[in-house]
Write a protein of this length. Structure first.
Length: 206
């Protein structure tokens, strides 16, 4: 919608309209901001193979609303909770330090044994960890805080073996360069934790 345009018209008793005004505007301003911010990221990577993902960094109680807004903006919903995919992160690996054959291999083996039907994703900070994740047969590798050069090398190693997700401090200024490395997904926590609410108001017509 262009600035200044009317989003919708409503009618009813003044008391009811004024009672609901602020709650309705809070939802519309917040969620329209998320959708608009997402659309900017999607537009920035147009023509690449990458897709923009959201994260679980959402407002308490608003997760499904905010993820719906991401989808409206052209983004792709990632995990809704801890139940729909196994994501093995750095703290999990630190807890398994010293396990054989390595922390990633041990974590993936445990995840596969307990949740055989779920996809398994592993966070990797280095190319060595990428190699361990590939050897463990993961579905997706989260390439965390890697520069474009590292991302390209990781993508080349993962081709045909695992999907790749870039993550960590991605901004509108940097997302295009990230997408051009060939990653499958780019996760952006800012979509839901830093989106600016849109300026939307309710005005009576007399």
């Amino acid at each position: 919608m262009a600035a200044g345009k009317t989003l919708l018209r409503i009618s009813g008793p003044a008391r009811a309209l004024l009672s609901a005004e602020r709650v309705a505007l809070n939802f519309m301003q917040r969620l329209s901001g998320v959708a608009t911010f997402t659309a900017q990221f999607v537009e920035a990577i147009k023509g690449t193979r990458a897709r923009i993902l959201d994260t679980r960094k959402t407002t308490p109680g608003w997760r499904r609303f905010e993820k719906y807004a991401v989808a409206c903006g052209g983004g792709t919903n990632h995990r809704v909770g801890l139940f729909d995919m196994v994501l093995i992160k750095d703290n999990h690996l630190a807890a398994l330090k010293g396990e054989a054959p390595n922390a990633i291999g041990a974590a993936v083996a445990r995840a596969r044994a307990k949740y055989p039907r779920l996809k398994v994703e592993v966070e990797a900070d280095t190319l060595e960890q990428v190699a361990h994740a590939l050897a463990a047969g993961v579905d997706i590798i989260l390439l965390d805080n890697m520069d474009p050069g590292q991302l390209r090398r990781a993508v080349q190693r993962c081709k045909g073996r695992a999907q790749t997700e870039a993550s960590g401090g991605v901004t509108l200024a940097s997302v295009r360069a990230v997408a051009e490395t060939g990653v499958d997904f780019i996760s952006v926590g800012a979509l839901t934790h830093s989106a600016r609410g849109m300026d939307i108001g309710l005005d009576f017509e007399l």
